[in-house]
Design a protein. Structure first.
Length: 704
């Protein structure tokens, strides 16, 4: 099953090689083999066949070798069987799914095929670090199947034994940059001048790889004991999508140049020592940083607040030192190092620093690294690194966009009567002195249902600097429009000289008025009036408009007629009426005031006269309106009453006396009946009380 699966994988890889000309990496645990091929092959079919066979042989040879057991990402489809130690393909994924997953995910691995400077054998041949002159020379060639942030990884060492370790413990963490290596005389050597590939000409005889080569010299302790020791190499990096990728690889070191360990006989009588308690080292992580995701301009001064937390629930950390640096180095911090004597379990450590970006900095991402160095409770030195990222905005020239403003409107400040139409002309102006507007579209709109504009959209190909744009149309105000102000909006859409879309909005407030219409009714003025009489007649005021009127007052003016007072009706709502009675003293045509008659000639004093009834009212703005109505009447001499009328009244007054006697008789009869009824009621009450007393004295029960 192993051979079949891996041969199938080799065939699929060759298909990708022929069509896409990309590097294909196979992963077993954490070991990585990388097969390089030319982008375009112009050789004959025979050359292609030989290259395919060679690649297939190399793939099968590697897959049959035993790998170091290293913990890798659980999503890796190639896992090592714990019972057989053989490499098997997960049954949950097909070969195509595995290839796609490998292409999508980025892994860090180790080149276990080639030999690099400082190595005597490759990892697949059982690499052993060299020990010379009291130092351990460690060489680890890391590789990745994708691009990493900054083209670098961070590598650190973790020693399995601390007390009897032959190594001098120190901070061996460093950043390793990606470099090109090619095979030369059996070893992979760094390529200083990377050849430029142009067109389809590729030298397929030169194999080149991108490698993160980690080298380290570890001093050995004097009088160290020989034996087998382990060092865990911990590599980490970030993808372009800011996802962290890691690899932990355990290197076995056989130290034979030390002292032979003394094996003491075990005294069975002595109590066995208790197993040493495993103490987990405290871990410090970055919990918050206000730099992440921020956009900062060049040459600006900002500040940052960062918080770290001791994630251990039991262990203290001591002598914590936090160093800050940026990459690229375009940020100057006010303080680069921070010290904390002790951090309790779960406690946080915060730092604040001001920084300034360089004026000539280029735009892009800036990575801020926080290097952590601290000791655990046993004094062991621990180092770690955390990171934050922010963006530098490039220094771009500010280009001011042109602005369109409303210059004038013919209906601005004018009262528009409901139910009428008006011609409206509006002028807009480009207030930019340098830039032209292009593809100008203007839209007219309103929130009010009281106005209707004849055209709603207008267009202009361009408007020159300080140029104007005019529109015109008919504005109709509906009869049912409410009195008040209504906004008319003008929305702009245009482009500047760089093609950037710009929008704008202007508005004009229009005043709408409801026309006031009143009617006066005074039809019952007598055609004949007699001098020296005081007469009354009714007057009505009708509000025929759609708005209210206020302080309605009616007065009369005519020769020989003297009103006692004006008629005040007050306020009238729309569609209502008000009435009043006017009392008028009738004089003569020559009378200037009541009792002051300047003529004694009857022909001058009596006869036809004309008068005017005036109605005065106000609208909502306090503007006064008047409405006049003329009338005509005839003033005659005072009317003389006849004495016969009084005699007739005396002759016909006997029936009044009869009616009065009858009324008095009825009143007397009612009084007598009431007196008699009161006596009966009194007698009945006394009789009832007597019967009750009698029954009670005889012991009878009384029931209502």
């Amino acid at each position: 099953m192993k051979n079949t699966a891996f041969k199938g994988m080799a065939a699929v890889c060759m298909v990708f090689y022929m069509f896409f000309s990309e590097s294909i990496r196979y992963m077993a645990g954490t070991d990585v083999i990388e097969v390089k091929a030319a982008e375009v092959m112009e050789e004959s079919e025979e050359s292609n066949s030989e290259l395919e066979n060679e690649t297939a042989e190399q793939t099968e040879t590697f897959l049959e070798q035993e790998s170091e057991v290293v913990t890798q990402d659980e999503t890796n489809p190639y896992m090592e069987d714990e019972t057989t130690g053989q490499l098997e393909v997960s049954s949950s994924a097909t070969e195509n799914d595995q290839i796609e997953e490998l292409q999508e995910k980025i892994y860090i691995g180790i080149d276990n095929v080639h030999i690099y400077e400082g190595m005597a054998q490759s990892f697949s041949d059982g690499y052993q670090p060299r020990i010379r002159d009291g130092k351990l020379f460690l060489v680890i060639p890391f590789c990745a199947n994708g691009s990493l942030q900054g083209n670098k990884i961070t590598v650190d060492l973790e020693f399995s034994q601390t007390e009897n370790s032959p190594f001098i413990l120190n901070n061996y963490q460093k950043d390793v940059q990606k470099k090109w290596f090619s095979l030369n005389e059996g070893k992979m050597r760094e390529v200083i001048d990377v050849p430029t590939i142009s067109g389809n000409d590729v030298d397929v005889t030169v194999e080149m790889q991108e490698i993160y080569l980690y080298t380290c010299e570890i001093p050995m302790k004097e009088n160290a004991f020989s034996g087998q020791y382990f060092v865990t190499v911990k590599a980490s990096g970030y993808t372009e999508q800011m996802q962290k990728v890691t690899l932990d690889y355990k290197v076995s070191i056989q130290f034979t140049e030390g002292k032979e360990p003394v094996i003491k006989a075990v005294d069975e009588s002595l109590p066995k020592p208790e197993p040493e308690e495993v103490i987990h080292k405290p871990k410090m992580i970055l919990v918050s940083c206000d730099l992440n995701g921020r956009e900062i301009g060049v040459g600006t001064q900002e500040s940052m607040d960062v918080s770290f937390q001791n994630c251990s629930a039991e262990r203290y950390m001591y002598n914590l030192k936090i160093s800050v640096l940026s990459e690229p180095s375009i940020v100057h911090f006010s303080k680069y190092s921070f010290y904390y004597e002790e951090i309790a379990p779960g406690e946080s450590a915060g730092l604040h620093a001001d920084f300034k970006t360089l004026q000539d900095a280029e735009g892009g991402s800036v990575f801020v690294y926080f290097n952590l160095e601290y000791e655990d409770e046993k004094g062991n030195m621990i180092s770690d690194k955390e990171m934050a990222v922010f963006c530098i905005l490039p220094n771009e020239d500010v280009i001011r966009k042109p602005k369109m403003l409303l210059e004038s409107c013919t209906l601005s400040g004018k009262e528009l009567l409901a139910g009428t139409s008006e011609r409206m002309e509006v002028v807009f102006k480009n207030y930019s002195e340098l830039q032209t507007m292009y593809n100008l579209k203007l839209t007219v709109s309103t929130e009010s249902t009281s106005m209707q504009f004849s055209q709603t959209s207008f267009y202009a190909t361009d408007v020159a600097p300080l140029g104007t744009f005019c529109i015109g149309g008919e504005l109709k105000i509906v009869a049912e429009a409410d009195r008040g102000t209504a906004p008319l909006y003008f929305d702009f859409e245009y482009e500047d000289e760089n093609g950037n879309a710009v929008t704008g909005k202007e508005a004009v407030m229009l005043m709408i008025e409801q026309p006031v219409e009143m009617e006066l009714e005074a039809e019952n003025i007598p055609d004949v009036l007699y001098s020296s009489d005081t007469t009354e007649f009714s007057i009505k005021a009708l509000n025929l408009s759609r708005t209210s009127v206020y302080n309605v007052r009616i007065r009369l003016s005519a020769k020989g007629l003297f009103p006692v007072s004006d008629v005040f009706i007050g306020n009238l709502e729309a569609g209502t009426e008000g009435a009043g009675m006017m009392r008028v003293y009738v004089g003569t045509r020559t009378m200037e005031s009541v009792g002051n008659d300047v003529s004694k000639n009857d022909e001058d004093k009596y006869g036809q006269i004309k008068g005017i009834i005036t109605m005065q009212y106000e609208d909502a703005d306090g503007e006064i309106y008047t409405l006049d109505k003329e009338f005509q009447t005839d003033i005659k001499k005072p009317q003389v009453l006849s004495l016969e009328v009084n005699e007739q009244e005396e002759k016909n007054s006997w029936w009044i006396s009869v009616f009065t006697v009858m009324i008095i008789g009825l009143v007397v009869l009612c009084v007598l009946l009431l007196v008699r009824l009161r006596k009966k009621i009194y007698f009945w009450k006394r009789q009832r009380k007597f019967l009750m007393n009698k029954r009670y004295s005889n012991g009878w029960e009384w029931s209502e």
